[in-house]
Design a protein around this ligand. Structure first.
Ligand SMILES: [Cu+2]
Length: 152
C-alpha cells in the first residue's frame, strides 16, 4: 500500500470514529438473544456494555418481546457445587470498564415471551445516570449462539 493510501485510510478512520468518540457515554456492543425453543416463553439476552464515562449502573431493562425482563447473576450455591441464578436489582458499570453479559455469567432474563422470537428484538436499557439506550439484538439459533460463544 502506498503512503498516500495509508494516510487517506487513517484520515477516513478518524473521520468515521469521531462521532462515536464524541458520544463518550455508555454504549452497547454485540447484543444478541438466544432463540427460545419453540413453544417456550423464556430466554436470555447478552451484550457488552462499555462505559468510558463516570461510574454508572444498569438499573432497568425491558423488551417489547416479553412481559418481564430482569437482571440475573449466576452464583455458586453455598451448600453444594451447583450453580444458581439470582435476580439482582442493578448491575454496576464502573468508569472505564465494560460489563459483559454472556452465557454462564450475568445475563438478561426474558420471561413471558409473547411468542417465538424471530430475527431481532429491541431491548431498552436504563442507567442510574438517566442514560437510556435502545439496542436491536439479533436472535441467534442454538447453532449460531454456539459459534458466538466459542468462536474457535
Ligand atoms: Cu437467568
Amino acid at each position: 500500500m502506498t503512503m498516500k493510501k495509508k494516510t487517506l485510510l487513517v484520515f477516513l478512520f478518524f473521520l468515521l470514529a469521531a462521532p462515536l468518540a464524541r458520544g463518550e457515554g455508555i454504549s452497547v456492543k454485540d447484543p444478541w438473544v438466544r432463540q427460545n425453543p419453540p413453544g417456550t416463553s423464556v430466554t436470555a439476552a447478552y451484550m457488552v456494555i462499555e462505559n468510558p464515562g463516570p461510574d454508572d449502573e444498569l438499573v432497568e431493562i425491558s423488551c417489547g418481546c416479553s412481559r418481564e425482563a430482569s437482571l440475573h447473576v449466576i452464583e455458586m450455591k453455598e451448600d453444594s457445587d451447583s450453580m444458581a441464578m439470582r435476580e439482582v436489582a442493578s448491575m454496576a458499570v464502573p468508569s472505564g470498564a465494560s460489563l459483559a453479559l454472556s452465557p454462564g455469567g450475568p445475563h438478561v432474563m426474558l420471561m413471558g415471551l409473547s411468542g417465538d422470537i424471530k430475527e431481532s428484538v429491541v431491548l431498552e436499557l436504563r442507567f442510574r445516570s438517566g442514560a437510556r439506550i435502545s439496542v436491536k439484538a439479533p436472535v441467534l439459533s442454538p447453532r449460531a449462539a454456539q459459534k458466538r460463544t466459542h468462536p474457535h
